[in-house]
Design a protein around this ligand. Structure first.
Ligand code: ZN
Length: 132
């Protein structure tokens, strides 16, 4: 999970996990580990909101209690903070979820390389695992 959190391949810790901001690469560019098996789905946004909320809400209450700023100050402070923190954490949380799925062999990660090559990644994205 830590390797995934750092947006690295969960197997070799060298290759980049993502081919773009949130798109997981089909396979690791370094070791060739198939990564298309992941089914992170809604888990990364859920956990990211959970983390961001638990970080920011206590700060909001603390700032309100200590300084009692105007609501416009709160909005100017917390809305960008929430957006930026969410955008910063989301790939890392998604990487950690993919790393967890890899570690416990979920969704085809437990297959051998030969078996893995038989899984059609496009069919997997559409409606679950299918073999070529
Ligand atoms: Zn790798």
């Amino acid at each position: 999970m830590w390797k995934g959190f750092r947006c690295r391949c969960p197997r070799c810790n060298n290759g980049k996990l993502f081919s773009s901001y949130l798109k997981v690469a089909q396979e690791c560019p370094s070791c060739g580990q198939a990564l298309h098996h992941h089914r992170a789905d809604d888990a990364p946004p859920y956990f990211t909101m959970f983390i961001v909320g638990h970080l920011l809400v206590p700060l909001v209450f603390w700032v309100e209690r200590v300084w009692k700023p105007d609501l416009s100050i709160h909005a100017a402070l917390w809305l960008p903070s929430a957006i930026l923190l969410t955008l910063w954490l989301l790939p890392m949380v998604k990487g950690a979820i993919v790393g967890l799925q890899w570690a416990i062999g979920m969704h085809g990660f437990g297959l051998s390389d030969e078996e893995s090559s038989l899984v059609d990644p496009e069919a997997l994205e559409q409606d679950g695992a299918r073999f070529k």
